[in-house]
Write a protein that binds this ligand. Structure first.
Ligand code: 5GP
Ligand code: 5GP
Length: 254
């Protein structure tokens, strides 16, 4: 009994050290990316409204993505390796059950409990539009696993989602565009005017990404704003994302 307890403690220490190494990945800044639902929905892939109903006609969060200044970015930083049998075969042989329980507790990447009280804010500001209609958990989980786990040196899971929600509330991009007479009315607008309006209102140049609707029109799809590594303040982008936009883009209704 004493012996197995001491093995457990040793394993705990080893796994803890591995986990610290694995989550301490650095990055230079975040992209805070929002999507226009009208542009997600009118492509040939269509969309489905979330189970909570049709989202508001507003930009919705896509994600908060850690990035490097050179344009590359980390992804899926949670140590899958610990779930990879070959990496831990020697440990698994010793105490398979202990390790599985440990991995489950430590690395289960989507802790539902942590999100429960955030749920209604998430549904409002971070709605999913993928099909079939769902509650958004898969989308949020995907964003956490792919991007959030690479910022664990700065934000734990709850802080990550809260940071994104706060950023959304800080800047009302739709209002900024409307104030500049750029409205979601199916008309075409100069890309530079969209960028200028946001830059004038926020002080920072945004990145704009476009997609193509089912009639082959390029349309305003995503807006990128850069954020410091704490996830709280907008900054000038160390590097703008690549853009697929022509000089005039459609702003579709939703
Ligand atoms: P797409 O190829 O549609 O632009 O991007 C596909 C996915 O790759 C995005 O949803 C996002 O998860 C990731 N991605 C694309 N560009 C970037 C980037 O510049 N930075 C980060 N961190 N992720 C990106
Ligand atoms: P990314 O492009 O960020 O790597 O992947 C986004 C993933 O989330 C895709 O698998 C996509 O199907 C799913 N997803 C679910 N809901 C949404 C949504 O509303 N917008 C986008 N862009 N992706 C969504």
């Amino acid at each position: 009994m004493k012996r197995s307890f001491s093995i457990f403690i040793k394993l705990f220490v080893i796994l803890q050290s591995i986990s610290v190494l694995c989550v301490s990945e650095e990055f230079d800044f975040f992209y805070f990316v929002v999507q226009w639902p009208g542009s997600y929905c009118d492509t040939k892939n269509h969309c489905c409204y979330p189970k909570s109903g049709k989202p508001a006609a507003d930009f919705g969060i896509h994600g908060l993505w850690p990035n490097y200044k050179d344009g590359s970015y980390p992804s899926n930083c949670d140590p899958d390796a610990l779930f990879d049998e070959s990496q831990v075969r020697f440990l698994i042989k010793m105490t398979q059950v202990t390790i599985l329980v440990y991995c489950f507790c430590l690395f289960f990447v989507y802790n539902m409990e942590q999100l429960t009280d955030l749920m209604s804010k998430m549904q409002k500001s971070w709605p999913t539009l993928s099909c079939p209609s769902n509650d958004g958990l898969k989308f949020w989980s995907h964003e956490w696993v792919k991007h959030g786990t690479c910022a664990e040196s700065e934000l734990d899971q709850r802080e990550y989602f809260e940071a994104a929600l706060k950023l959304k509330d800080k800047v009302n991009l739709l209002q900024i565009l409307k104030d500049a007479v750029i409205k979601p009315d199916d008309r075409f607008y100069d890309l530079d005017k969209i960028k200028d309006a946001i830059e004038e209102a926020t002080g920072f140049t945004p990145g704009i990404d476009c997609n193509i609707d089912s009639s082959h029109n390029s349309q305003l799809y995503q807006i990128y704003q850069c954020v410091d590594t704490s996830g709280s303040d907008f900054i000038q982008c160390p590097r703008l994302p690549r853009s697929r936009c022509p000089s005039r883009v459609q702003f579709p209704k939703f």
